[in-house]
Design a protein around this ligand. Structure first.
Ligand code: HEC
Length: 111
């Protein structure tokens, strides 16, 4: 009897789940994971080629973490030599929530 209601209910649940996902605060813990997997090779101290120390981004920006700029760099919208070429464009690998997680993680490690 309820069989005709079920698809609609399931769509609603899926929609609510999606909305909850999009409104979730960035997860710096997940960002740390992505960072170790994708960025640390170059951005850890002593790495080759030497990439900038990402814990100093806020200090370089007058004490404020440059969230918008960092987000653009991570998702590949910013033309950055080392990231655009010969490096892959991260936007192809990292999607919206992951970019925000990574940016949140970077914001959390500022010194
Ligand atoms: C292949 C090495 C490499 C990898 C992997 C890499 N980077 Fe970079 N990154 C660099 C280099 C080199 C620069 C210096 C800018 C340039 O010359 O293009 C840089 C610059 C940056 C900057 C700007 C720093 C500044 O002082 O303005 C940010 C932010 C950044 N990277 C974040 C990341 C994040 C987040 C990841 C992981 C998704 C990542 N990078 C992965 C090499 C790398």
């Amino acid at each position: 009897m309820l069989s005709h209601v079920k698809p609609a209910a399931m769509a609603l649940v899926a929609l609510l789940g999606l909305t909850a996902c999009q409104q979730q605060a960035p997860d710096a813990g997940a960002g740390a994971m992505f960072y170790r997997a994708t960025c640390a090779t170059c951005h850890e101290p002593g790495s080759r080629p030497q990439a900038p120390d990402l814990t100093g981004l806020a200090a370089m920006n007058g004490g404020r973490f440059p969230m918008a700029r960092v987000t653009r760099i991570i998702d590949g919208r910013s033309e950055m030599r080392a990231h655009g070429s010969p490096m892959p464009v991260w936007g192809a690998i990292l999607t919206g929530p992951e970019v925000r997680d990574l940016a949140a993680y970077l914001a959390s490690i500022q010194q």
